[in-house]
Design a protein around this ligand. Structure first.
Ligand code: RB5
Length: 146
């Protein structure tokens, strides 16, 4: 199960991604704006990331205008490793090396074709572990110590 959320800057791209999730029979829960009415991206990030942290979803996709605000907010939450990706290389390596559990994108930055390839890569790439586990653990230590 995937959670997908956006603010008003990301709802159009969210709709495109949801259409692709449906076509591919990937179950999802939707959060945030469903139209252009203004809403606050930190609240959407919190609502979605709570579900990642409590394990009710496997991972999440968050979309705002640039992808920046919503990724900053998501990364404040313990246990979240949110990655703002603008291409498939970033999506692949943030899964392989960072074990990212939230994909962030900018609805005003990338088009739907690129976004869907990014989502596909993110969802279908596994964490490599090994030396990268040590580094992910060090990130968790930073959370604990701050
Ligand atoms: C909303 O206008 C915009 O600020 C938001 O979607 C996002 O880009 C923030 O980082």
């Amino acid at each position: 199960m995937i959670a997908i959320g956006s603010d008003h800057g990301g709802y159009l791209l969210k709709g495109e991604v949801i259409a692709w999730l449906k076509e591919n029979n990937i179950p999802y829960l939707e959060f945030g704006c469903t139209d252009g009415t203004s809403c606050d991206y930190p609240l959407v990030a919190q609502e979605v990331c709570d579900r990642v942290v409590n394990g009710s979803v496997d991972c999440a996709i968050l979309i705002c205008g640039t992808g920046i605000g919503i990724s900053i907010a998501a990364n404040k939450i313990n246990g979240i490793r949110a990655a703002l990706c603008t291409d498939t290389y970033m999506a692949k390596y943030t899964r392989l090396h960072n074990n990212a559990n939230v994909l962030c994108m900018g609805g005003r930055v990338i088009g739907p074709g690129a976004a869907i390839e990014i989502v596909d890569t993110f969802l279908h790439t596994d964490f490599e572990g090994g030396r990268h586990q040590r580094r992910v653990d060090q990130i968790a230590d930073i959370e604990k110590n701050n």
